[in-house]
Design a protein around this ligand. Structure first.
Ligand SMILES: Cc1ncc(COP(=O)(O)O)c(C=O)c1O
Length: 444
């Protein structure tokens, strides 16, 4: 390994990092991370930090799982690649498990990223309508503050103005409505969905896409009746419901899939991140059986799905994904995320007594801390002031996330999404670091 100064110099000359303003990098370069174990990452200076965001909310089983490295090595040695048009064991077994845990018949299409999984869902929704007698249904409704990925279709569906700036014009046929946010949005957003469908003309709407809990947009928790109402509205108007569970799937919110708590099923669902806990790039789009069957036809009918990718369903990625889900189940990590998350949220609620902490909210191990100028006005805290809290957390040994380049004026939510293996002692240290940062860096 090169000495850390060499490593940083080489990086600064050659790597273009996401979401970063590079001009100031040389003065304050980001940390070089050299190894990790459990919930702890070690930087090139030997400093250890609790990773309060599990990479980008994906290393759900924690770092240092030799078992996953072994599975990858064995699969690479035996069969490193198979084209998606053929059959191989890890993809077949992983797809069965995904469907089995949803409790439905259907099909899983493997992808390389959450963005691609959403692109596939949009194609499936449009093609489904086109070949079931409703070719006019092409519009896709998304939500402000929601995020569905970086590719132009997925970004078109996203409702984060800052993330989209400079990349327009976007794909036609994408509309947005408000998402429920009990702290800032006071109208009935399910009703807004229905009104939008009616005003656009129900026969023009292909699908509605939503995250069960908006994650990167600020951890926005909907009221309990929101998803059931959305399901009913979509059904009544023949609109497909796409649930983006890229963040929430596989236990992040304390349920295997976040939609299960609401007792509704999606028509299409997208998965990523926790599917392989970040040990391999892997994602998936799930379609219920009835939708899949609309793609059945005789050879030459042209009703088959025409999306193809080189690496979707990669044997190594799916083998690792399968073992990752086995670990989650064997170690009861979904239940653990629910329990640790509840305890952490209960403790962090006390931060709301601080005048600049507007709200602490979360479910399972997905927690948002909304910072404000003062709790009476609820004016969002500035990005610069929020950054001070983030930086102080790092000084205290904790990496936290925040709303970054999402919606103008709302770079004020600190985000926690640690690995599910966070112990009680680590949860204590995490909470203590955050408490110090809030007490010391915000105006009392
Ligand atoms: C809810 C949601 N959907 C989709 C994506 C895109 O996933 P990826 O970055 O793997 O393309 C993200 C990424 O953060 C996400 O948070």
């Amino acid at each position: 390994m090169p000495p850390s100064s060499d490593l940083t110099a080489r990086d600064l000359e050659s790597v273009w990092h996401p979401l970063a303003q590079h001009r100031d990098f040389a003065a304050a370069p980001p940390r070089a991370i050299v190894e990790a174990n459990g919930v702890t990452v070690t930087d090139s200076e030997g400093r250890q930090l609790i990773d309060g965001v599990a990479g980008i909310w994906c290393v759900n089983v924690g770092y240092g799982r030799e078992e996953l490295a072994d599975v990858a090595r064995e699969q690479m040695a035996r069969l490193p690649f198979v084209a998606g048009m053929m059959i191989h064991e890890p993809a077949a077994r992983l797809a069965s498990k995904i469907l089995d845990r949803m409790g439905i018949a259907g099909r899983v299409f493997f992808a390389n990223s959450g963005s691609e999984a959403n692109e596939i869902a949009f194609k499936v929704a449009r093609q489904y309508h086109a070949q079931t007698g409703a070719p006019e249904r092409h519009k896709i409704i998304g939500r402000y503050r929601g995020y569905h990925g970086n590719t132009l279709g997925a970004l078109s569906a996203s409702g984060q103005g800052e993330r989209k700036r400079g990349y327009g014009p976007f794909a036609p046929g994408f509309l947005h409505i408000d998402a429920p946010d009990p702290y800032r949005v006071f109208h009935d957003t399910a009703l807004q969905l229905e009104r939008t469908i009616e005003r656009e003309g129900p026969t023009t709407i292909a699908a509605f896409i939503m995250e069960p809990i908006i994650a990167g947009g600020g951890v926005l928790i909907p009221p309990d009746d929101y998803l059931p109402r959305v399901r009913e509205i979509c059904d009544r108007h023949g609109v497909l419901l796409i649930l983006d569970e890229v963040v929430t799937g596989f236990g992040r919110t304390g349920d295997y899939y976040a939609h299960q708590r609401a007792g509704v099923l999606p028509d299409l669902m997208t998965l990523g991140k926790g599917i392989a806990s970040g040990y391999q790039p892997l994602a998936a789009m799930v379609a219920k059986q009835e939708i899949f069957e609309a793609f059945h036809g005789a050879p030459g009918d042209g009703v088959h799905l025409r999306h193809v990718n080189t690496y979707g369903g990669h044997p190594v990625a799916t083998a690792v994904g399968l073992r990752n889900l086995e670990i989650i189940e064997r170690e009861g990590l979904v239940e653990r995320a629910a329990k640790t998350g509840d305890a952490l949220l209960t403790r962090l609620h006390a931060l709301e007594e601080h005048p600049q902490v507007g709200e602490v909210r979360g479910r399972g191990l997905l927690i948002g801390i909304e910072l404000v100028e003062d709790s009476a006005s609820r004016t969002p805290l500035s990005e610069a002031a929020t950054m001070k809290v983030v930086a102080r957390c790092a000084q205290e040994g904790l990496i936290v996330g925040r709303t970054t380049n999402t919606s103008a004026g709302l770079s004020n939510v600190i985000i926690l999404a640690p690995p599910f293996v966070l112990s009680d002692d680590e949860a204590d240290r995490l909470a203590a670091a955050l408490e110090t940062a809030v007490q010391e860096e915000l105006r009392a």
